[in-house]
Design a protein around this ligand. Structure first.
Ligand SMILES: *Cc1c(COP(=O)(O)O)cnc(C)c1O
Ligand code: SF4
Length: 438
């Protein structure tokens, strides 16, 4: 029998009250205080009681995923923050230094600010339209999560950096936009985590989309880590039944509900409550697909991915994307060279059945599109990395193979150069002219 659980969040103010912390070394707690004053930090009682293996802390992958540590920052950043805290600086001083360091950490990765669409000359905040068929929606109230991932690329919005929020307040302009963009056949509701929203807000967005009866809208996707961070949402929480009924309503309206679940480790799929939540979501007619980045210290091991994809298929989840960790925040701690990421992907991919080979990647969500690493080879005596695009700003780019000079240490596309003496990758000129028009 599954017992209900009342959600309890832990952050900088109260994490020392977490019972499991009483036996941990003081240094670890100081590290959390210093790093957590710059990067966002939030944990909850499900992650703490049911996911983390406390006998393995601080190396435990789920602990690493949620609790800040010293190594997420450079020595220099860590030391100046630590010094200021030790001097008992006031809140304003701490905040000023924290924001200064945050801006040093590349809070604007992958040209996100280039993708804000316009309607009749007015820019639409909270909507992003990068690829023809899909519009992303960032609901105003969904700008937070049930816990924060230490590797998150959306972290600036959680710490309240100015100008970092793409939040949507009203859905009516979204509907107007979709009506004049019939090429959009699916919308992706994202955040933060939209499933942190109360039932009224979730139903407002979903019902607005259903009631608009957009002839071309075939699917609504919800991008969420709630299955990994708070599966009680779908089982015992107040509103659980209403959410499931709402999913059923989407399905009955003839719109596919694609539940895009963020998973990073097989342990997130192992608890009785997550299994129950998965079953209940599937029963509504929604389909769960999985995606997540490959991260050093958390899941940089082919066995982990093999187990994760196999378990997902067994539970009726479709493996969808493996991502390359983005170039932001604490990237250095989590980053794995592109070719190493590719090797891990393929070691796992080879060992799973075709049912799990629906997964694609490893994929970088970069300015021109989703760039997939296909591996390395030698062509006419030159060692190269072969790439292609799974998604592109221009759909003509999709599926076209292209070549970079062999580079075993590069961790992102901007560290690669075209092979064969070519000056620019094939898409670069056109991408610049797309930007110039915006
Ligand atoms: C990944 C992504 C999509 C959806 O791409 P699919 O390949 O259809 O899953 C849409 N917009 C953005 C900005 C994305 O990164
Ligand atoms: S759940 Fe997603 S949006 Fe939230 S902190 Fe983790 S990666 Fe970021």
């Amino acid at each position: 029998m599954i017992k209900d659980k009342e959600y309890k969040a832990f952050n900088l103010r109260n994490f020392r009250k977490i019972p499991q912390f009483s036996s941990l070394p003081e240094e670890l707690k100081t590290n959390i205080e210093v790093t957590g004053s710059i990067l966002p930090f939030k944990a909850n009682n499900y992650v703490i009681d049911e996911l983390i293996d406390w006998s393995k802390v601080p190396d435990d992958p789920i602990y690493t995923m949620v609790f800040p540590r010293r190594k997420l920052l450079s020595e220099e950043h860590y030391n100046i923050m630590s010094e200021l805290i030790r001097k008992n600086a006031n809140r304003a001083e701490l905040k000023e230094l924290a924001n200064k360091i945050r801006y040093d950490l590349n809070p604007h990765p992958a040209g996100q600010h280039h993708n804000v669409p316009k309607l009749r000359g007015k820019i639409l905040p909270g909507i992003q339209h990068k690829y023809e068929n899909t519009v992303l929606i960032f609901p105003m109230q969904g700008q937070t999560c049930h816990a924060y991932c230490t590797f998150c690329f959306r972290w600036p919005q959680f710490v309240g950096l100015k100008g970092e929020k793409f939040a949507m307040k009203k859905a009516d302009i979204l509907i107007d936009y979709l009506r004049i963009h019939p090429e959009v056949d699916n919308v992706l509701i994202t955040g933060g985590d939209p499933m942190i929203l109360g039932i009224n807000t979730i139903s407002f967005y979903l019902e607005t989309l259903i009631n608009a009866k957009l002839p071309n809208l075939k699917a609504i996707r919800i991008g969420t880590k709630s299955l990994a961070f708070w599966p009680y949402k779908y089982v015992t929480d107040r509103g659980a039944k209403d959410i499931l009924n709402l999913f059923r309503k989407v399905d009955k309206a003839g719109i596919h509900l694609a539940f895009m679940a963020h998973f990073n480790h097989p342990r997130e799929l192992s608890t009785p409550i997550v299994r129950e939540a998965i079953n209940r979501i599937k029963e509504t007619g929604a389909q769960i697909r999985s995606q997540g980045p490959l991260l050093k210290h958390i899941n940089d091991d082919a066995k982990i991915w093999e187990e994760m994809w196999t378990t997902q298929v067994n539970l009726g989840i479709i493996p969808y994307y493996m991502f390359v960790v983005r170039d932001t925040g604490a990237k250095k701690f989590f980053s794995v060279p592109l070719l190493r990421t590719h090797e891990i992907f393929h070691r796992a991919y080879r060992n799973v059945s075709g049912l799990a080979r629906t997964v694609r990647g490893p994929s970088m969500s970069a300015d021109p599109g989703k760039i997939e690493i296909l591996g390395s080879s030698r062509i006419n005596g030159e060692k190269v990395i072969i790439l292609t695009m799974i998604q592109g700003r221009n759909k003509e780019w999709v599926g076209k193979p292209f070549f970079a000079k062999y580079n075993p240490t590069a961790t992102w596309i901007n560290e690669l150069e075209p092979a064969f003496g070519v000056k620019k990758f094939f898409y670069e000129r056109e991408l610049n002219s797309i930007y110039a028009k915006q």
